[in-house]
Write a protein that binds this ligand. Structure first.
Ligand code: GFP
Length: 796
């Protein structure tokens, strides 16, 4: 459909009338937004339906990406861009007397994810639609998403994020596609009159799962895929009345992402959430397949289910359940199909993030799934012990020591297991999943993460996009590898000058937002040193904070910093992660001290922007000079903010961890600053004594003392805890061991920043080398190697 400016203006006016019976100027900004979203949705409604029918007609293999989180960011700008209607809408709105930015700012950011995991899922959905891959999202429609973060007296407080209050303009409720999910009760197998073993359920608590679909618009290719989010509701039964408590129990299932799991109730709720979206998702997949197929002979050629991280690992058992109990396939056939259909991505090496569930809780909550996992465990042992020995096999069996182990279940039940960066995959094979790697080496493969350049350049950084279009044409928008053409221009002074201007304007824009939102005035000629990611000890925001204390002390000693700096943080800490919250308080207290001290604040500022999410990242990333990727080597699986920041011309300051290593390979060691121990050094670092470093290293000694001697106000408890974690408890993430090397790297950054010509040359090299980290390529590799689907030309 060709959308002209006239058509858009008319559509907008008509829709305003239809929805609100108002003239445009009477409507609030929020109403103006909803009208705009509704008009834009209309422009892809037909494509959405046609994509579905085309897939059905072609009997195309459908892939379903199961993920407990997605972090899509706002849809409006991205959808307009992908539909190719941005110019028409902008000029149309102008004629109507409306300001796009004000209206677009009214769209709530769907907080359905926490960090890299959810954002990767959304990048994949975007790239898949743009590449014409039939990939569908499957997750939960959390009423309040992840919490909204605020700071009170420097402490993180968690508020409900009521993102659905005014409805979600992009979703479609499909109650005709609802399904029933059983929890608890008793279950046994009984032979029916046809000789089939049927599962009989008794006293179950049933919940209705209602899907809400959101269209995922491909980039100018008429493809619209679907992200399906499930909401829990009470079963409708005219005879039955429910108490408020029962109602609340059901609502709880889809209320928040990651309920506090520091207590039994919270853990139980997480387990229910996992089964809820897994069961509903698989039921709907089987139902869709059954519409056009009489039997399951082709199921594994037509369906792929991707288990993103361990949360959806019950998918293995749920598909077995449906194939056996409802479709009456025998175990072997069902297992064969299941393992061909399932694939699994691991996102972490941290033991704490590899889920396990106590057997009794599991058995009570999802009894039939428990029985099936017991049988998987039994058969796995039976088959593998004679080949690999009992010790190895029990170390990786799905059930052991009273725990159900989700990562092992996912590996055993899948045909493909991948890590998310080369180093991470190697470490999976040699450590965390080594036992299973010995048993199934052929399943393992690497798929380095990626980011969508359309979101992180075209949407987030229009100035840089414009410069790139001018300098190298627009091919990079569809083929990000074409950014390579920018490399030959890295000697061109005019281009570098323009690149510097773009960065500076972006910094000014961010500075204005910081001033308006937080009342902090920052110097836009200072170096913007950025660390934005989940708050976790292994990511070492603390290392960065210690360096800021160092800078502060130097200024207090009368020295001048080589370059003035603005340190920018954004990060949420998990509500029950006490230590991470203490680090937030420390950084905020430091900000308070430094930003208000006239002796230092013209050289140094700290800005901690609350409530990190996609929309805030879209503002920070284009304005960043330095990208802090400073996790302890071997701990960060990949990282993706490193890729986004690189594409926006920030210089990476990094340990040799995760995808940083591949970034270094891509840009060359002259265009990145690395420091710290390597993975091998960390592994062989057997006699670390942080107390000794504290004692002997005068610089570190002095910095650490400020945590406990009152220099930094109002951190009596936090300062002491952090001090103890570093000195007394031997600093689990080797912050002190890497400190000196980090300082040298920071000094190198300061030196480099003084020569702006060289700096922007490095910056341009980074942009030019970033194309290979586009999720378009990552998704192509998943499609070919894991899901075995051909990339179809959507035009056909
Ligand atoms: C996790 C890992 C990251 C990785 C992403 C996506 O994200 O290293 O890049 O998953 O694979 F830790 P976070 O939870 O750290 O944001």
């Amino acid at each position: 459909m060709k959308i002209t400016e006239e058509k858009f203006i008319k559509d907008y006016q008509d829709r305003m009338m239809a929805m609100y019976s108002m003239a445009i100027p009477e409507a609030s900004k929020a109403q103006q937004y909803r009208v705009l979203a509704s008009v834009v949705r209309d422009y892809y409604a037909k494509d959405w339906q046609q994509t579905r029918t085309k897939y059905e007609k072609q009997d195309r293999k459908q892939i379903y990406y199961f993920s407990i989180e997605f972090l899509p960011g706002r849809f409006l700008t991205q959808n307009m861009l992908n539909l190719g209607i941005t110019d028409v809408v902008l000029s149309g709105l102008q004629k109507l007397g409306l300001k796009y930015n004000e209206i677009a700012g009214r769209e709530p950011d769907p907080g359905l994810g926490n960090g890299g995991l959810g954002r990767l899922g959304s990048a994949f959905l975007d790239s898949a639609a743009s590449e014409g891959v039939a990939l569908n999202g499957n997750s939960i429609r959390y009423q309040y998403g992840l919490f909204k973060q605020d700071f009170v007296n420097g402490y993180q407080v968690e508020l409900p994020d009521d993102w659905l209050r005014n409805g979600n303009a992009w979703e479609v409720r499909k109650e005709n596609r609802a399904c029933v999910v059983h929890f608890g009760g008793n279950v046994w197998l009984k032979e029916d009159s046809l000789g089939h073993l049927r599962a009989v359920y008794e006293h179950t608590n049933d919940v209705i799962a209602v899907p809400y679909d959101i269209g995922i618009v491909g980039y100018k290719n008429n493809v619209v895929n679907t992200m399906r989010l499930w909401s829990a509701e009470l079963p409708f039964n005219a005879d039955q009345r429910y108490t408020l408590a029962e109602k609340q129990q059901v609502n709880d299932i889809t209320e928040v992402l990651y309920p506090d799991d520091s207590n039994y109730e919270g853990r139980l709720l997480r387990l229910k959430q996992e089964y809820f979206f897994v069961s509903a998702g698989i039921q709907s997949i089987v139902r869709a397949y059954r519409k056009t197929h009489r039997n399951f002979n082709e199921f594994s050629q037509k369906v792929g289910i991707h288990i993103n991280d361990t949360h959806p690992a019950m998918a293995v058992a749920e598909l077995m359940r449906i194939l056996m109990d409802e479709e009456f396939l025998g175990w072997d056939r069902a297992w064969n199909i299941t393992t061909q259909v399932m694939s699994y991505t691991n996102h972490t090496l941290l033991a704490e993030a590899l889920e396990t569930w106590p057997e009794d809780m599991f058995a009570k909550t999802v009894p039939r799934i428990y029985q099936i996992i017991q049988e998987i465990d039994h058969r796995f042992r039976q088959k593998m012990v004679p080949i690999h020995g009992a010790e190895l096999v029990s170390s990786v069996a799905p059930i052991q020591d009273g725990q159900v182990r989700m990562a092992y279940l996912a590996v055993i039940g899948s045909h493909s297991v991948n890590g998310v960066a080369k180093l991470h995959t190697e470490l999976l094979q040699s450590s965390v999943l080594n036992g299973l790697y010995q048993i199934y080496p052929e399943k393992f493969n690497n798929k380095t993460n990626g980011v969508t350049m359309r979101r992180w350049l075209l949407v987030a950084n229009p100035r840089l996009s414009h410069l790139l279009n001018e300098a190298i044409g627009t091919d990079w928008q569809r083929h990000p590898d074409a950014l390579r053409a920018f490399k030959v221009l890295t000697q061109d002074k005019t281009i570098l000058q323009k690149l510097g201007d773009v960065k500076h304007k972006n910094k000014r824009e961010l500075a204005t937002q910081i001033q308006e939102q937080l009342g902090i005035k920052v110097n836009t000629h200072a170096l913007f040193d950025v660390q934005i990611k989940r708050l976790h000890a292994y990511k070492r925001q603390l290392l960065h904070a210690l360096y800021i204390i160092d800078e502060y002390l130097q200024i207090k000693d009368g020295k001048k910093l080589t370059v003035p700096r603005v340190h920018i943080f954004a990060a949420k800490a998990a509500p029950s992660y006490y230590y991470a919250k203490e680090i937030i308080k420390l950084i905020n207290a430091l900000a308070d001290l430094i930003n208000h001290d006239p002796e230092v604040n013209n050289q140094l500022k700290i800005v901690f922007i609350p409530n990190y999410g996609v929309s805030i990242a879209e503002k920070i990333i284009p304005a960043a000079d330095v990208s802090e990727q400073i996790s302890l080597a071997g701990k960060e699986a990949s990282g993706t903010s490193n890729m986004k920041l690189m594409a926006n011309g920030a210089i990476t300051l990094a340990t040799l961890d995760g995808a940083n290593i591949e970034i270094k390979d891509a840009v060359g060691s002259d265009n990145i600053v690395t420091f710290g121990m390597t993975v091998d050094e960390v592994e062989n670092f057997n006699f670390y004594q942080s107390a000794q470093i504290y004692k002997t290293n005068a610089r570190i000694h002095r910095i650490l003392d400020t945590l406990v001697d009152g220099t930094i106000p109002d951190i009596t408890t936090e300062g002491r805890d952090i001090f103890n974690s570093l000195v007394q408890y031997n600093d689990q993430y080797f912050v002190l061991a890497d400190y000196d090397s980090y300082v040298q790297a920071q000094e190198k950054i300061s030196q480099l920043y003084q020569d702006r010509y060289d700096w922007y040359q490095m910056s341009a090299q980074n942009i030019a080398a970033s194309g290979r980290f586009a999720s378009d390529y990552t998704i192509q590799r998943y499609a070919e190697d894991i899901w075995h689907v051909k990339i179809e030309d959507p035009a056909e």
